[in-house]
Design a protein around this ligand. Structure first.
Ligand code: URA
Length: 377
């Protein structure tokens, strides 16, 4: 479970050597002393990381070899009251194992409204009761994150872009760790711009590329860029596509690569933003490169989602509907009603998948599940 190769260096890259720090200490007194202490702490931290990593769950969990969430911050287990600030929860006010220890699936998507709708759909589909009231469990005040729990499924909104989804995933992964969750599946659902596909088509991501067409998510730590690999679970993606019955559903779910950018306008080379120092020909040339590469949709969260879940040892998938075909234009012209219909498509597939994996007979969706498509971790 602990990554052995590459992750743990004997010395942090770019770290100044100890003797040089001592010289600085002589010159600058107290500040230098602090630097020296920081250097020592840094070294200790790396020794701790190299020898352990941090795997969630009890000793029993670890010995049983269950698939646990992986954190690489040895300090977390020493924090008395770990505060999940944006979710408004902490380890003192919430008994994490009893409240969230049963979670097997986490489904996240852009807006609180969409995710509340998904929670209601799921409550109707998987709960025995007819009641489909759901309560927002996030207590983060003005934060954009809403959280609903339906049986073994946690449903949250992540708002727009990589910074926002990264904050949520950090707190969510710590929550899973404190709750001793194991064998987790995370799925992101949402909207995207299609590349050469009919609007309304659902794309289940195979690979994720950033705006420089790298299979990585760039994280800048203390001024230095790190590239985290963006890896999704291929079998999970296939199983989600298997949930689609095009003839009944009236839409298609297909596999494709996804490009993730840090912006909706120039970042996605639109010509309808406030700035565009390029033209239609430049845009079409780049779009044809994307088509060539197998990229079928563009959105703003996938690199962070794929990289962070992979780093935390969580299997994950991305299911996004397309709301325009970028080969034909940049402005989303579909009506609100049409967009609402499209939004429900990823929800429908994911709800079926969850029903199947929780062994719940599908009453409302009338899906004929083949035993072969059941996913195991
Ligand atoms: N549609 C787009 O065109 N881009 C996004 O990032 C999301 C939806």
């Amino acid at each position: 479970m602990v990554e052995k190769k590459g992750r743990f260096r004997s010395k942090p890259k770019g770290m100044t050597s100890a003797p040089r720090r001592r010289n600085v200490s002589q010159l600058q007194g107290g500040v230098g002393l602090l630097t020296q202490q920081a250097s020592q702490m840094s070294n200790n931290l790396f020794i701790a990381r190299r020898s352990s990593g941090l795997i969630s769950g009890s000793l029993e969990d670890r010995q049983s070899g269950r698939n646990l969430v992986r954190l690489s911050n040895p300090r977390i287990s020493q924090i008395k009251n770990d505060r999940l600030y944006h979710l408004g929860l902490d380890t003192t006010n919430t008994n994490m194992p009893s409240r969230f220890g049963d979670i097997k699936f986490v489904v996240i998507g852009e807006s609180a409204g969409q995710m509340e709708e998904f929670a209601r759909l799921l409550a109707k589909d998987i709960s025995q009761s007819k009641e489909n009231n759901v309560e927002n469990l996030a207590r983060g005040g003005n934060s954009p994150y809403a959280m609903y729990k339906v049986e073994d499924v946690l449903i949250l909104s992540h708002s727009l872009g990589a910074p926002s989804i990264s904050i949520l995933l950090n707190e969510l992964i710590k929550l899973m760790h404190h709750a001793h969750c194991n064998s987790m599946t995370f799925i992101r659902i949402g909207q995207s711009g299609g590349v050469g596909v009919r609007p309304g088509t659902v794309i289940v991501s195979e690979q994720v590329f950033d705006a420089q067409l790298r299979n990585s998510h760039e994280v800048v730590v203390m001024g230095k860029p790190q590239l985290w690999p963006t890896k999704l679970n291929g079998q999970l993606a296939k199983d989600l596509i298997d949930m689609n019955m095009p003839a009944n559903d009236g839409f298609e779910a297909i596999a494709g690569h996804t490009m993730s950018t840090n912006d909706f306008y120039e970042g996605q080379f639109r010509l309808d933003g406030a700035f565009a120092d390029y033209n239609e020909v430049d845009k079409q040339v780049f779009l044809s490169q994307l088509v060539e590469k197998g990229i079928r949709n563009i959105e703003m969260e996938s690199t962070a989602f794929a990289a962070i879940t992979h780093k935390a040892n969580i299997r994950s998938a991305i299911v996004c509907v397309t709301n325009l075909n970028r080969l034909n234009g940049d402005t989303i012209t579909a009506t609100k009603e049409q967009l609402d219909v499209w939004d429900r498509r990823p929800q429908k597939l994911v709800s079926r998948f969850i029903q199947q994996n929780l062994n719940i007979p599908s009453s409302t969706t009338k899906v004929n599940f083949s035993p072969n498509s059941k996913t195991t971790q």
